[in-house]
Ligand binder design. Structure first.
Ligand SMILES: [Zn+2]
Length: 456
């Protein structure tokens, strides 16, 4: 009898522990620039973008939890940024930095940590860029790749909701939705919300072709075509914001008593000719790196945190929150000390990179951020320039001469990254159907090379 009682106690303890484990939902809205998120713009954090009420749902969610108002993507396009989110490693180390490259198979991932600890792991990704050949699906027991259509967007929301409505084992769900990635084609009633249709601008319809035309013509940000395109993007942002808001609201009101932890962010931003690019990919200015990031977790009270952080910090943070083992040699660190007002190095260097084209490595650019300063490095040119984001939010003036010690310190961080560069990463060849899917989104034109801008 005594042995049975002990066994029951052990089982009850195990049940109690399982009940306490939180469901985790990570939401990534592809290409959602912080400079087009209304709570960021009204806070004056970014120097770009119109002040429109684009994201009332995100703003309301963020007001109730921890909002990081200076969060940075580690890369300027989807694949390396998401691979960094899952591994807490920069693209130079994890290897998934161009179309046909894959995540290094020896790196443990966030999803593997959750799966090993008994969570059901599921990814719903609405983009062919994150196909399973890239290796980013490692650790997910279910990994579903959907196309860019509106129907698939709605289906991805339903799948995420269905997974988290299940009452069995705790779930770790990664939801990556395509909007507001181009084409910017918001459905009614969002279309027309920020810009009236006009015959003179009918050629700027939000299609990939119209976005590329803006990019190729090298139009200024104030040009009516660019302004029109940005308005369509903002309407697309408002659309995805409303639908994600409904999802979050429904999940927080669900019947299950399991705690729910939600992250709402983006993989990178979107440029509207602030520095010669429309779309994303090829530079490391803030319009491409600055992303919204809000975290809701049981026990966390609402606050706005202004210390610069990175999506590289997300895996260490989630693992600490769920009491799981950290990933080895993380480039990021848990943000929980910051949230708890414990000592935190707010001047640490944060690295981010543009796309590293296998056939055009000279296009590679790196940013090293520390506090208000950011070093831009063009490795092929042997050039490095320092920016002061407080005094110069549009990143136009080199202030290296005024702050030589900062410049040197950040340059050493870049040199360390160069030494860690994995020269021969794992490969993930594109199948014919994947090439076709990407080509339909406008990839691989221009003599087989993905052009700068308008991609990912
Ligand atoms: Zn993306």
């Amino acid at each position: 009898m005594r042995a049975l009682a002990v066994l029951l106690l052990v089982l009850c303890a195990a049940c109690g522990r399982e009940d306490a484990r939180a469901d985790v939902l990570v939401i990534v809205a592809d290409s959602l620039a912080a400079s087009h998120v209304s709570s960021h713009v009204s806070g004056g954090v970014s120097g770009h973008g119109p002040a429109r009420p684009t994201t009332p749902a995100f703003d309301a969610f963020a007001a109730e939890c921890v909002r990081f108002e200076q969060a940075g993507a580690p890369a300027a396009w989807t694949l390396p940024s998401v691979a960094s989110l899952f591994t807490s490693k920069p693209q130079e180390v994890h290897g998934a930095r161009d179309d046909e490259l894959a995540l290094r198979s020896d790196l443990p991932t966030l999803a593997e940590r959750f799966a090993d600890a008994g969570w059901s792991t599921r990814a719903i990704v609405q983009t062919p860029v994150l196909s399973s050949r890239t290796g980013v699906g490692r650790g997910f027991q279910r990994y579903e790749v959907l196309d860019f259509s509106l129907a698939s967007f709605e289906r991805s929301l339903a799948l995420a909701r269905g997974a988290l409505d299940e009452a069995q084992a705790p779930h770790f769900v990664y939801l990556h939705v395509a909007p507001p990635h181009m084409p910017y084609q918001p459905p009614p009633p969002f279309r027309g919300r920020f810009s009236a249709e006009s015959e003179a601008l009918a050629h700027v319809d939000g299609s990939i072709a119209s976005a590329r035309a803006v990019h190729r013509a090298r139009l200024a940000p104030e040009h009516p075509d660019v302004v029109r395109l940005a308005a369509l993007y903002d309407e697309h942002v408002a659309f995805v914001d409303a639908r994600l808001g409904e999802l979050v609201h429904a999940l927080r009101a669900r019947a299950t008593r399991r705690p729910l932890l939600i992250v709402w962010t983006s993989d990178h931003g979107e440029a509207f000719m602030e520095h010669g690019e429309q779309g994303h990919n090829s530079n490391v200015y803030e319009e491409l790196l600055h992303v919204p990031l809000a975290l809701a977790a049981p026990g966390l009270s609402s606050r706005v945190e202004s210390t610069p952080v990175s999506l590289l910090d997300l895996a260490p943070t989630l693992l600490e929150l769920c009491d799981l083992p950290a990933l080895p040699h993380s480039a990021g660190r848990s943000l929980m000390p910051l949230v708890r007002d414990e000592p935190f190095d707010s001047e640490r260097a944060l690295l981010a990179s543009s796309r590293h084209y296998e056939n055009h490595p000279e296009r590679w650019q790196v940013a090293v951020r520390s506090g208000r300063f950011k070093l831009h490095v063009w490795p092929a040119l042997g050039r490095a320039e320092l920016r002061d984001l407080e005094l110069d939010p549009l990143e136009r003036n080199d202030c290296g001469a005024a702050h030589p010690h900062v410049r040197e310190r950040l340059l050493r961080e870049f040199e360390r990254l160069q030494r860690e560069f994995v020269e021969a990463p794992d490969r993930g060849e594109l199948s014919a159907s994947e090439q076709r899917a990407l080509r339909e989104l406008g990839y691989f034109d221009d003599a087989g090379q993905s052009p700068e801008g308008t991609r990912r």
